[in-house]
Design a protein around this ligand. Structure first.
Ligand SMILES: Cc1cc2nc3c(=O)[nH]c(=O)nc-3n(C[C@H](O)[C@H](O)[C@H](O)COP(=O)(O)OP(=O)(O)OC[C@H]3O[C@@H](n4cnc5c(N)ncnc54)[C@H](O)[C@@H]3O)c2cc1C
Length: 624
């Protein structure tokens, strides 16, 4: 480790120590305290505030109030969602493993239209995907001729371009439902509103499924998990996604705030859900096994209760969309005996859902908000397009599945007016099978996240209990590791591009979020050392999500770092000192060797002195 890194680490630890001091002091003079920190570390007041904010954020998710409703438009609590999830989990897992729901149409080569020069590729095997090549193994309704026939324009003159692939009621093998659907349509196009190309009700890019290069991918054979993708490119993608949350000024500030708030929570929930999956299905490079990694989860998600809450928020959104199409799901006709239980699984799942889980009616009310809704739709569509710029194919695939799933949910929630027949025809009857597949798979991703969060909570408490049984030692250990983890987190945030902080639109949502989080933290702050319950960090550590080995990597303790630096320093001093000491002897040997050579050549006798016979001086350097 370089000396200046140590110095920086030391400074940041000082901040953490100073923060600990602030936590325990009774003084309310915030300015004086911050100035003290500034003097300690020569950093600016704004940096202090950022550090302070980061430290405030580090409330483990276990301390969240799980019986509070999720937000103004969600009349449901975390505890209630946990119960729903337990009830539907088995059916949902079964559903996404059926032949109908496990295939997704995907074009890994789709051009990134967001920015130029998006060359780059992730060479890791974990980033790769296996497209379906053995078509014979697929069920009848996935055969190319069936898929092709659904795209055949001559058969589907009445069906608009975005829905030629399939409609909700012509799901699988034959055309009988499609005929029914065609009969429902007026002979010449749709009504003027529907017929207009400008009126696009989709929240994703419909070209995704129209591309000739798109192929089928078996999602179960390409699970979403840790791939090692990260760094600047992934950071740029997230930054662009959050930057979409810049809404134009609207007459109706309250509605705008709700829309902006929802947009932020959706993308942050997606981000946190991905972070949960990659921590839950993480590769242990020492054992070669995949499994949950609590430390990584805490670093990415668990230490930020608002991120956990946003996963639950997204769960509520997708669940409500499924609830809203419940009457139509009953009409699904899976023609293959093989898939008979698919329908019963879907119906079991939706029967557990409740309309109060999310109230979409409070957003985009009336004509005033029409343009706000258009803006929202356009921005979310951009998010789905940004996925084309992701360099890791596996991440891109799951990014597409999930953003399409959210887009489908938003279309159902905000465009479907159940009281209006034409709206029903326009939205529900024309849902494509890929929209349905992405909707169900996204719901399963969120359900997996919720299950993982509960498992991580158990692991957290098990670790905590293990430490508490160790008495005094754990007291000191724990407190020491707590300071270290705070300092480490501060370092990460200093070096990382903070998407939320850099958001050019000065996102009020984030400020509110943070204020809420800090106030929660402050309210929950009671006895000293309440954070003693933070589990001991393992000595493993991560850089860009990659575990560093204990020998060569970043050391997780100050003592080890200090010992290593001291060792290297002593080695360097010893080397310099020894080379001064050996100089006269080396000069003498050089002189003798050259003189012998000259004398031998003078008397015509070569090779008298063999320099290699001499004991060489070995400088054995042992730097770490
Ligand atoms: C579309 C997409 C899909 C991906 N899929 C995978 C995958 O399947 N497997 C895999 O291993 N990696 C995946 N990644 C990479 C992964 O999301 C991270 O980008 C990567 O692990 C590097 O993480 P990081 O700690 O540097 O911060 P990042 O996760 O890149 O985050 C950047 C910054 O955003 C802020 N932030 C982080 N989380 C949130 C949140 N929930 N809400 C608000 N702000 C937040 C933080 O300030 C953070 O520093 C994917 C990335 C993208 C863009």
């Amino acid at each position: 480790m370089k000396l200046d890194n140590i110095v920086q680490l030391g400074s940041l630890i000082s901040v953490a120590v100073a923060q600990e001091y602030l936590d325990t002091t009774t003084s309310n003079d915030e300015y004086t305290n911050s100035t003290t920190i500034s003097n300690l570390t020569n950093i600016t007041r704004s940096q202090v505030n950022t550090f302070q904010q980061n430290l405030d954020d580090l409330t483990p998710f276990c301390k969240m109030d799980k019986n509070q409703v999720l937000g103004p438009n969600c009349d449901v609590t975390i505890t209630e969602i946990n119960t729903i999830n337990q009830n539907i989990r088995k059916d949902l897992v079964g559903l996404v493993n059926t032949d109908f729901f496990k295939y997704f149409k995907f074009d890994p080569f789709k051009k990134c239209t967001i920015w130029e020069n998006n060359d780059g590729i992730c060479f890791s095997r974990s980033c790769a995907i296996d497209m379906v090549e053995d078509w014979d193994s697929l069920p009848e309704y996935w055969q190319p001729e069936i898929l092709g026939s659904l795209n055949n324009n001559s058969l589907n003159d009445n069906i608009p371009k975005d829905h030629q692939d399939s409609s909700f009621l012509d799901q699988l093998c034959d055309n009988k439902e499609k005929d029914k659907y065609n009969e429902q349509l007026p002979k010449v196009g749709r009504n003027s509103e529907e017929n207009s190309d400008e009126y696009d009700i989709n929240y994703y890019d419909i070209d995704d499924f129209a591309s000739e290069d798109a192929g089928l991918v078996d999602l179960t054979a390409n699970p979403e998990r840790f791939t090692g993708y990260g760094g600047q490119q992934a950071g740029q993608i997230w930054k662009s996604i959050y930057a979409e949350n810049c809404f134009d000024s609207s007459d109706n500030e309250t509605e705008k705030c709700l829309a902006k708030d929802a947009f932020y929570r959706i993308v942050s929930g997606l981000h946190a859900s991905i972070g949960t999956h990659l921590s839950n299905d993480h590769l242990n490079t020492e054992t070669g096994e995949w499994g949950p990694n609590l430390d990584l989860f805490m670093m990415r998600v668990g230490n930020y209760p608002d991120r956990v809450s946003n996963i639950y928020f997204n769960y509520a959104i997708v669940a409500k969309a499924l609830w809203k199409i419940k009457p139509y799901l009953k009409e699904l006709d899976f023609c293959n005996d093989y898939d008979n239980d698919v329908k019963s699984k879907i119906l079991n799942i939706v029967s557990q859902l409740d309309s109060k889980i999310f109230n979409e009616d409070v957003m985009f009310k009336g004509e005033v908000d029409h343009s706000l809704k258009d803006d929202f739709r356009r921005r979310f569509k951009n998010v789905t397009k940004i996925m084309d710029c992701v360099h890791c194919d596996r991440c891109k695939l799951w990014g597409k599945v999930q953003t399409t799933g959210y887009a489908t949910s938003l279309k159902i929630l905000f465009e479907l007016d159940e009281t209006n027949k034409s709206s029903r025809q326009r939205i529900v009857n024309k849902l494509t099978k890929f929209e349905l597949i992405s909707l169900v798979n996204t719901f399963n991703r969120l359900s997996t996240s919720v299950e993982a969060i509960n498992n991580f909570e158990k692991m957290y408490h098990e670790r905590e209990n293990g430490l508490n049984n160790n008495g005094v030692a754990s007291f000191f250990n724990n407190n020491f590791f707590k300071l270290l983890s705070k300092a480490k987190e501060t370092i990460c945030d200093t070096f990382n591009v903070s998407t939320t902080d850099n958001d050019s639109c000065n996102d009020k949502r984030n400020v509110n979020d943070r204020e809420q989080t800090s106030s929660k933290v402050k309210n929950s702050k009671s006895p000293k050392f309440v954070d003693l319950k933070i589990p001991k960090k393992s000595k493993e550590t991560f850089q860009n999500g990659i575990k560093m080995s204990n020998k060569k990597g970043f050391r997780n303790t100050i003592k080890e770092a200090w010992d290593m630096e001291l060792h290297n320093y002593m080695q360097a001093i010893r080397f310099i000192w020894r080379s001064y000491f050996d100089l006269p002897r080396n000069l003498w040997r050089l002189f003798i060797s050259r003189a012998a050579k000259l004398w031998n050549s003078f008397i015509g006798f070569a090779g008298y002195v063999n320099e290699e016979d001499e004991n060489p001086i070995v400088y054995d350097l042992d730097f770490h």
